[in-house]
Write a protein that binds this ligand. Structure first.
Ligand SMILES: [Fe+2]
Ligand SMILES: [Fe+2]
Ligand SMILES: [Fe+2]
Ligand SMILES: [Fe+2]
Length: 288
């Protein structure tokens, strides 16, 4: 593969997942919760790595300035989506996501169609090859592997789902569907916490740090016993109070994880380990 083909392949890999997440977010704004942590993890590191490698050797200063400006714009556009999501302003999200995608696709095109052909003319293939390798290394080092961010966004995604469920009570058909989706996402979240996140943390935790984990696991059992029944067997009359109890329990449980456990995990686990956990858990969340 030539250096240009390598960059193209790398862009395709990034944008393939992002496009998929953006489509989901456009169809249902609640899904943008997965777009934000994915892009913060993979896209931001990619941009930062390019700025100190490929962009540095380009002779067209104005072009480089503009490309760096586009990085800022893309990052800003992602922040707008994240803020709208946090404020619950979901109706504006689809157009924000479209704008974000347009910026990103344009930017990648400029790198592949303008930057790389020019670099191929001005520096040797060998040097360009070295730069691409260096860019990949820097990108890997810049990844934050922020598990706190990832898990917190999944909490929000589940919250929206449960909130819709609460509002649909009385309309059994849609309530059943929403119950089924909320239940699947919540069970997946708990499963990944216990079998992947907490398990990996356990390998690095110091004495006493597993105490909060044990408390979280005990609370998981309370939550899973609440949503033990599948959507077909859930009782219409019992649903409103079940949902209210669930919302109450989740609010307390999630706060504890977000304020204490996730920051502790981010601090205590080595980045390489967190990266592995991020990959597995992101895949798991996206599957339900
Ligand atoms: Fe870029
Ligand atoms: Fe790029
Ligand atoms: Fe949990
Ligand atoms: Fe959680």
């Amino acid at each position: 593969m030539t250096p240009s083909e390598k960059l193209h392949a790398h862009h395709e890999k990034l944008i393939g997942t992002i496009r998929n997440l953006a489509d989901r977010a456009a169809a249902d704004p609640a899904e943008s919760s997965l777009l934000v942590p994915y892009c913060s993890e993979y896209l931001v590191a990619h941009a930062e790595a390019e700025e100190v490698t490929l962009y540095k050797v380009d002779e067209d200063i104005e072009f480089v300035k503009n490309m760096i400006h586009e990085h800022r714009e893309i990052k800003h556009s992602l922040e707008l989506i994240s803020n709208a999501y946090e404020k619950g302003e979901t109706p504006v999200i689809p157009s924000m996501v479209r704008n974000f995608m347009a910026l990103l696709e344009k930017h990648f095109r400029e790198e592949e169609e303008t930057l790389m052909p020019r670099l191929s003319r001005t520096i040797s293939q060998e040097n360009l090859e070295t730069l691409i390798v260096e860019a990949h290394q820097i990108e890997a080092e810049k990844k934050k592997a922020d598990l706190w961010n990832l898990f917190e966004f999944d909490h929000k995604r589940i919250d929206i789902c449960v909130d819709r469920l609460r509002r649909s009570v009385g309309e059994m058909e849609s309530a059943r569907k929403l119950y089924s989706v909320s239940r699947a996402r919540l069970l997946k979240h708990i499963e990944l916490e216990e079998t992947v996140l907490f398990a990996a943390f356990g390998e690095h935790a110091e004495a006493g740090q597993m105490g909060p984990v044990q408390v979280m696991i005990a609370e998981h059992r309370e939550i899973t016993s609440l949503i033990g029944a599948s959507s077909d067997s859930v009782d219409e009359k019992a649903l409103p109070s079940l949902v209210d109890t669930l919302i109450g329990k989740l609010a307390v449980h999630n706060k504890k994880e977000e304020l204490i456990l996730y920051p502790l995990i981010n601090r205590s686990m080595p980045r390489g380990e967190r990266e592995k956990v991020f990959k597995v858990c992101f895949g798991g969340f996206a599957s339900v």
